[in-house]
Design a protein around this ligand. Structure first.
Ligand code: MLT
Length: 405
């Protein structure tokens, strides 16, 4: 009899955003006349930048010619894109990252999960609480998380680093021994950022213990404070202890296009093996690359026009974040995030549970949010609001929420 991966049986319920979609669909079926405003999942709504569109059109035309046609591309991504990333995202910020340390992929979500392939199953994994559920669920699938307790909402073998209002949503360095440390800044879901000093402390910690930091900076484009690093590789020593995940999804509206990248420095070795070599081995075996047309579109994000257009769109979302923050704070809610992040993290009123407040806003305001408890026990008592909606919808959602409060 074929045996399944028993780890899947241990996973609680469904993936967070699937459960939210289920509740929203049920509400929509019961209330077909109500117009829902979605500030839940962090999915972009603005069209692609004109520079991206023309580059993709040109790439499609190339594919229609004998000379320009391309079959399988390099699994690691085309050099034109790896070079643009190295230059603009790293070297321009004083981070020494070479094109062959950059692996183009179809998403930071996939890479954050897939990276586990190159690490032993007995590594101890540390995650923030609340946390982007992909880090936790993929480690559970791999057998690294132990057993899940419904009562406490935690896995037995994971080390949780609480991010609470008390510690300014900044996780403390773990006291117990950990091997893999997932960090996400600007943070999903709290919207908090990490200062240079805080990141230096993480790098020093990881280096001194032989741990590896898995740094998700998918939201770096939303950093407005010039003192905040955009990459872990702006930090001295990170080349020896960190892997970074980045994405064009939130930066350039690519959630439907699928293009991201993972940086694995050549200096990063564990057990005498180069992690860059291992990841290359993994990718060449299991992945056939991102479509040429999409990679040409991503390259155009770095053109003069592309950079200006993308900045404008980010500015649009940043303005939504300001509207959400100001509106909810004005209505008496305690809010954080949203200043260097597209996510606003709001405390529920009167000590209400996250899911109860989520349901209340769905039923009475017709606004979809994300319940903080879905990101882990320390998210209980919070909801997350996404700034990726339209400007009018965002303003209306805030008004509707205020009316309910
Ligand atoms: C979120 O809402 O947390 C994000 O959309 C998740 C993702 O990027 O996969």
């Amino acid at each position: 009899m074929t045996k399944i991966n028993e780890n899947y049986r241990k996973l609680p319920g469904s993936y967070l955003f699937t459960e939210i979609a289920r509740r929203v669909t049920a509400y929509g079926q019961k209330n077909p006349d109500k117009r829902l405003i979605r500030l839940g999942i962090g999915d972009v709504t603005r069209p692609l930048a004109p520079a991206v569109i023309s580059a993709m059109h040109a790439a499609v035309d190339e594919m229609g010619t004998m000379e320009g046609f391309r079959g399988y591309g390099p699994e690691q991504g085309y050099d034109f894109l790896r070079q643009a990333i190295a230059e603009y995202d790293y070297q321009a910020r004083g981070a020494e990252i070479a094109p062959d340390e950059i692996f183009i992929s179809d998403g930071a979500k996939s890479d954050c999960g897939n990276i586990g392939d190159i690490f032993g199953v007995d590594n101890v994994v540390a995650v923030c609480d609340p946390v982007y559920p992909v880090y936790v669920d993929t480690n559970a699938m791999a057998g690294r998380a132990g057993e899940y307790s419904e009562a406490v909402g935690r896995w037995s073998n994971l080390v949780y680093m609480p991010c609470t209002a008390e510690n300014g949503f900044a996780p403390a360095l773990p006291e117990s021994k950990v091997d893999l440390i997932y960090l996400c800044f600007p943070n999903n879901p709290t919207g908090a950022v990490a200062t240079r000093e805080q990141l230096q402390a993480w790098v020093d910690y990881a280096e001194s213990r032989g741990a590896v930091i898995l740094f998700d900076s998918a939201y770096e484009a939303f950093i407005s404070d010039p003192s905040i690093p955009h990459s872990i590789f702006e930090i001295e020593g990170a080349r020896r202890c960190a892997i970074e995940f980045r994405s064009f999804s939130k930066t350039a509206g690519f959630t439907g296009n699928r293009c991201a990248y993972t940086v694995v420095p050549r200096d990063l070795e564990r057990g005498g093996a180069s992690l860059n070599t291992l990841w290359n081995r993994r990718q060449t075996t299991k992945f056939n690359g991102v479509p040429y047309v999409v990679q040409r579109g991503a390259q155009a994000v770095y053109s003069d026009a592309g950079r200006a257009q993308v900045r404008e769109t980010i500015g649009f979302y940043q303005n939504n974040a300001r509207v959400i923050r100001a509106g909810l704070a004005g209505a008496g809610l305690t809010v954080s995030g949203g200043e260097n992040s597209p996510y606003v993290w709001a405390k529920t009123p009167h000590g209400m549970g996250s899911w109860a407040f989520f349901d209340l806003l769905l039923q009475q305001a017709g606004v979809v949010t994300t319940p903080g408890a879905g990101f882990g026990p320390s998210g209980e008592g919070y909801i997350r609001l996404s700034a990726f909606g339209g400007a009018e919808d965002t303003a209306e959602a805030v008004e509707r929420i205020r009316a309910v409060l």
